[in-house]
Design a protein around this ligand. Structure first.
Ligand code: LLP
Length: 424
């Protein structure tokens, strides 16, 4: 059997196809062989896809605005090799903790290209950021403003800052990942932002260069971005505006989020209309950069038929928490017969001790049997990032595939790793 990429849904990484053996191929590598070589579960990243998406953001911006930067919102996939690729593509980086800062530096981002976010940055994290020389810190509260001024004065340095504003705009998304509403733990509301702008201006060691807003994640509609910019435009005139991330990714064949070029064109148009054409514009996509670059491979351990058909695999909510947290919907296929007629509606369940541990519900599959390699696409964003050791399950490896070469960039955790922090 052979088939073209067109027969696979658009959610798979660039270059994914069914090869001459009738198996799924990602980054030029046969998914069944990858499962054999690296074991399962495993995150498989198509490196060309990652690079292509980074370029699509940069090219889209470059075509309509000259003074810009694209920041990788690294919470989406905080893995050193991913930082390395995106640094290599010329992006800057958003980090939201001291840990992400350490990874970004290790992954090759120059400190000056790093922006530190976070609604509860600790004294230690602020000191680490200043010691590293990060380009910008995004201030999130009055307490942090005072804390940062005190530390910067003590270290006798001057730090450029942005102010995170919650513009009281809600994107149409899951409540847990909506961040622009007034009643939020993030940033300054519009009235507080006015006071914070004055307060930063009074701090000798802080220099306010601009405003930031991020209204939410997995957004399909572009109108809320205009409303957000309208709100922050009323706060004054600054050289830099960071309009956050949030562009949705397609998780299933029926989802069609705006193309990167259309999203960029829309936000730049809004910025030109409301802020003028001369500002430095920053965007910080996470999901839209990395989600579709990656698939997860699992092995079927058992197939149980009662009222439903339960296809239980060797991973689950420890490697993909999103179905449990947000009710997120995924696709699945079987690696050695991806286009075979589906004969049975199945639930792809994880191995964890909870009934809610179901990765994909009600998906037609071609007579799954134990030993089959199940593939779930679109696991690059917030997959590895949210992975955990529930039930003592070691976290999966990350494998980069490119032109038929598979490279282990992060090994699977071991049982020794699980006990690695024990003190006796
Ligand atoms: N900038 C800031 C300040 C953010 O808080 C986020 C995401 C982003 C940028 C990137 O947003 P993106 O382009 O990825 O939508 N765990 C959730 C998503 C949480 C998003 C947190 N902030 C999920 O799996 O859906």
């Amino acid at each position: 059997m052979s088939a073209t990429a067109a027969q696979l849904s658009h959610v798979y990484p660039l270059g994914t196809r069914v090869n001459e053996h009738g198996r799924l191929e990602v980054g030029g590598c046969d998914a069944v062989e990858l499962a054999r070589e690296f074991g399962t579960p495993a995150y498989i990243v198509a490196e060309d896809d990652l690079r292509a998406r980074a370029r699509s953001f940069v090219e889209a911006m470059a075509s309509c605005h000259s003074n810009f930067d694209i920041l990788f919102a690294s919470k989406a996939f905080p893995c050193t090799a991913v930082y390395r690729v995106l640094a290599d593509e010329g992006l800057s980086c958003d980090v939201a903790s001291g840990g992400e800062l350490a990874l970004a530096l290790k992954g090759g981002f120059e400190a000056g290209r790093i922006y530190l976010h976070g609604n509860a940055k600790s004294e230690t994290e602020l000191r680490e950021a200043l010691a590293a020389g990060v380009g910008h810190i995004v201030l999130d509260s009055f307490d942090e403003l005072q804390r940062l001024q005190r530390i910067a004065a003590e270290l006798d340095c001057r730090q450029e800052v942005l102010l995170r504003v919650t513009p009281d705009v809600s994107g149409d998304t899951h409540a847990a990942i909506s961040t622009g509403q007034a009643d939020s733990k993030f940033g300054f509301g519009i009235d507080d932002a006015r006071r914070a702008i004055v307060a930063v201006g009074e701090q000798p060691n802080l220099e306010l260069v601009g405003l930031h807003c991020h209204i939410g994640s997995q957004l399909f509609e572009l109108a809320p971005f205009r409303h957000a910019v309208e709100a922050i435009a009323s706060l004054g005139d600054f050289p830099v505006y960071n309009l956050g991330g949030g562009l949705a990714a397609a998780y299933t064949a029926s989802q069609h989020p705006p193309a990167v070029a259309d999203y960029v064109d829309a936000v730049v148009t809004v910025a030109h209309d409301l802020l003028g054409t001369q500002k430095r514009l920053l965007l910080e996509p996470g999901r839209a950069l990395v989600a579709n670059s990656t698939v997860t491979l699992y092995t079927v351990e058992t197939v149980k038929r009662n009222i439903s058909t339960w296809v239980a695999v060797d991973g689950g909510m420890s490697d993909n928490l999103r179905p449990m947290l947000y009710g997120s919907v995924y696709e699945a296929l079987i690696a050695d017969r991806p286009l075979a007629p589906a004969t049975e509606r199945c639930h792809v369940a994880g191995k964890h001790c909870e009934s809610g541990d179901v990765i994909v519900r009600d998906i037609p599959l071609p007579a799954p049997v134990p030993g089959d390699v199940v593939v779930t696409p679109v696991t690059g964003a917030y997959g590895h990032a949210l992975a955990n050791n529930y039930n003592g399950v070691p976290r999966p490896p990350v494998i980069f595939c490119r032109a038929g070469d598979a490279r282990l960039v992060m090994r699977r955790e071991t049982y020794d790793d699980l006990a690695g922090r024990d003190t006796s």
